[in-house]
Design a protein around this ligand. Structure first.
Ligand code: ATP
Ligand code: FE2
Length: 326
């Protein structure tokens, strides 16, 4: 069975084609980069509109198949930015109706977890999902995917991107901060905010910008922000693993590409006798393949969506999903 998955929750428009074994036949993304400032939902949606057809055609070309050979259309139903989600949903509905294919709307956060289960050796992991807009610790418990910890304000990626913008670096700032951090020498003191199982980053951003104005070096600041922020994430992930009694940790989201974060999570896992898993870089960031794979899992477990059930869900919560495939 082949599924075409469409992703459009935020900056990325993605089209991916996978089969039921999570083999990725095609996976293409186009990322909207705001000319200045943060993301404007409507402008990102316009971008997605412009690149949609070409991105889908490129994914089909990469897979060497035609649209007729697709058995199912899946799309990101939420959570995400309304105008962006609506663009992807409209494209998915149009393709499904015009080609008489079934359609399924999927939860974006759970797609990050399932592509990890499908393409790595993990079977029942705690997911540390770290992207621009999302920072969540998710695990399967009592027949649902539950959020054990999350950010109380901005996502870790947005936090890094905002700091990067302040020091004149273009979006996405996370990878550049990772490079600059390697040159840091002194660990500067920054707020470490873990509240129960949750984290927060806005206080650290304010403090880092204040230190910058006082003349702290960007190298030391980038290094110190990473050390503090990642330690917070490792702490809540470890606590969730202990709480639910799981010995696998999976990374997902764009920030999961950060080598320093990987190193810190790996060390925590090893100390607990647990294992860490990271999907391929192209499957860590927002992409259509993960949406397609979750679509197949849902479809094969009996889920069917009528067009009238494919409305977008901006605040779609991870624990709202009835997990019929596990
Ligand atoms: P979502 O809708 O899931 O919130 P997103 O639009 O943020 O997704 P992703 O592709 O998952 O998209 O992640 C992009 C984020 O990842 C950006 O904030 C970027 O700065 C960050 N990022 C990418 N690579 C790295 C890295 N090596 N280190 C730190 N951050 C990184
Ligand atoms: Fe994501």
């Amino acid at each position: 069975m082949l599924c075409l998955g469409i992703e459009s929750t935020a900056h990325t428009f993605g089209a991916g084609i996978v089969d039921e074994n999570a083999e990725v036949l095609g996976n293409q993304i186009k990322v909207y980069s705001p000319p200045s400032g943060g993301i404007h939902p409507r402008e990102a949606a316009n971008h997605h509109c412009e690149v949609a057809i070409d991105t889908i055609m490129a994914a089909l070309g990469e897979a060497s198949i035609s649209l007729n050979e697709i058995d199912l259309i899946a799309f990101s139903q939420g959570p995400g930015l309304g105008p962006c989600l609506r663009t992807g949903a409209t494209v998915a509905r149009t393709l499904a109706l015009a080609n008489k294919k079934p359609i399924i709307g999927v939860n974006h956060c759970i797609a990050h977890l399932e592509i990890g289960r499908g393409t790595t050796e993990c079977t029942d992991p705690v997911l540390l999902y770290v992207s621009g807009g999302n920072t969540q610790v998710i695990a399967f418990a009592n027949s649902r995917y539950r959020v054990f910890g999350e950010t109380l304000d901005t996502g870790i990626g947005n936090f890094l991107d905002k700091f990067a913008r302040e020091i004149g670096l273009p979006f996405p700032g996370g990878p550049k901060i990772e490079e600059i951090a390697k040159k840091g020498k002194e660990l500067l003191e920054l707020p470490y905010s873990v509240k129960g199982m949750d984290v927060s980053f806005s206080g650290m951003l304010t403090a880092a910008l204040a230190l910058l104005r006082k003349g702290a070096s960007t190298e030391d600041l980038c290094y110190s922000m990473q050390e503090h922020a990642f330690a917070m994430l490792v702490e809540v992930t470890e606590r969730a693993m202990a709480h639910v009694g799981k010995d696998e940790v999976l990374l997902g989201g764009g920030v999961a590409r950060n080598r320093r974060l990987q190193e810190m999570v790996r060390k925590m896992a090893e100390e607990r006798g647990a294992r860490m898993f990271i999907p391929e870089p192209d499957l860590c960031v927002d992409n259509g393949a993960m949406i397609a794979y979750l679509g197949i899992l849902m479809y094969n477990s009996g889920v069917r969506h009528e067009i009238s059930q494919t409305n977008i869900r901006q605040r779609f919560r991870t624990d709202e999903v009835d997990v019929t495939w596990r």
